[in-house]
Design a protein around this ligand. Sequence first.
Ligand code: HGY
Ligand code: MN
Ligand code: MN
Length: 578
Amino acid sequence: MISLDDLNSLPAPQFAAALSGVFERSSWVADRVSALRPFRSRFDLHRALCTAVEQADTDEQLTLIRAHPELAAKERMRGELTPESASEQHAAGLGACTPEELARLQQLNAAYAKRFGFPFVLAVKGHDRAAVIAALEQRLGNTIELERAQALREIGRIAAFRLADLVDEPLGRGIIAMADELARLSDRPDGLSCSYLTPAHRATAALLRDWMLAAGLEAEIDAVGNVIGRWRNSAASKRTLVTGSHYDTVVNAGKFDGRLGILLPIAVVARLRGAGVRLPYTLTVVGFAEEEGVRFKSTFLGSRALAGRFDPALLDKVDSDGVSLRQALASAGHDAAGIPAVAFDPKTLLGFVEVHIEQGPALLNAGAPLGVVTSIAGSIRSLVSITGLAGHAGTVPMQGRRDAAAAAAELILAVEKRCGGTPGLVGTVGQLQVPGGAINVIPGRCELSVDIRADRTEVRDAAYASVVAESERIAASRQVAIVWDKALDIACVPCSPDLQQRLVESITRVTGQISPPRLPSVAGHDAMVMAQITPVGLLFVRCGNGGISHHPSESLSAEDAEIAAQAFRDFLLYYPAG
Ligand code: HGY
Ligand code: MN
Ligand code: MN
């Protein structure tokens, strides 16, 4: 491997030579980007290389496509494959075709070359022989324009996989670079918003799957969109340690909430595998598809499916455009009937450990890069609708109005008052709207959300009960109707003492800090759901800017990402055989 720093500082000819294997027999691509150095990350380098291919003329693009060997065909027989193609084709099992498979591939390759005038190109990583044959059969029906564009996309993915094997960058910097890369995939042009099953969400899943494949994990996307990577180690270990977090985001989010807990394990696995390390258990890395509950008010949908607790009633929930979850799944190519089958078998689980930014200032204030979570606050989330009486803003006297928004205002202050002053108890009204409101109409309806959490379930429940009681008083005094629709009710979750202790010991070994902070999490996490089927641990990583989160200013330093990755690596290495 070669470090990104070295690549950035090499004389141009050596730079191109170092990258000569990234595009099959086509070192001209690297030649064209050497003047653009220095590159901030492997992804910036990859993007520059792919742009050079896109900007090349059609003849150069066709020459590049034609530089690729046919799959499992004559070059392989004659040993003429480049080392990269040979290892890729071998890993896909193309060196072990049955006579029938070989005949089928040669027949398809000949038909494809005859139809398009260039060879079938596929990034075979993550494919087996059957999948390669299926892709060839499926793409034979495309137009030449589609296939030329598809071939160049596949060449771009092959280049990304080859760069992952070639270019070395420090764990922390690589993790930040991956988070930056994912943040480019958003539902909106401004800021990061990645709601469940939107095009940006699906592109994020595909990229996570590619990165898992590049790290050497078997990777798939399940029936609800979870991205599951498996590093199967000793055949003896039938049980798996699970790690991961969510890749959906709130609206106008930060880049690290959830995503850090997927990217960091991917980076650590790539490093361990690259060093030839084997773990005495299988490691499963999960990108949970939906945790924030933004689009369908379906918090923890991804982890609930894996915990075998997916509620089929969710399928009929609709988003703000009236699209049901069932329709959204089908449009994304998922089969809702397959959801029950995605569940983990709890007997096969060793435990679940999530790495997550703290989303608060405690570690920052303690001057500690890492902390171990003792428990995760339970929360009740409700959608409240208030119905009063609309009327003319001018002609209706103030006395006797049944103003739904004024009732909501009183309720919001009641939440703030009841939840203030008790340590570990918080209450938030995050959404507030007057449907169809107008400047000159008394609000007849008002909708709001109420999120109440505490580090002890009884404190949470008492606060929720008194806020509901207060809403009944408000309803009576203002002659409005107030209806509470509970969207989430999840109790506090204690973290496993054994996993806490293991995380503490790893932090101590890596940082030298004898007793790193142990702290409760008031933010919710997928670990709360996974706790229903296996012991859980949660490693908190310091975030900057005062600990702000669910906001574009959310920040994580490469140094802290590096320390967290080293501690997680240590945790994996010391975790006992499963
Ligand atoms: O709201 C939460 O606590 C989490 O970020 N979903
Ligand atoms: Mn969040
Ligand atoms: Mn989160």
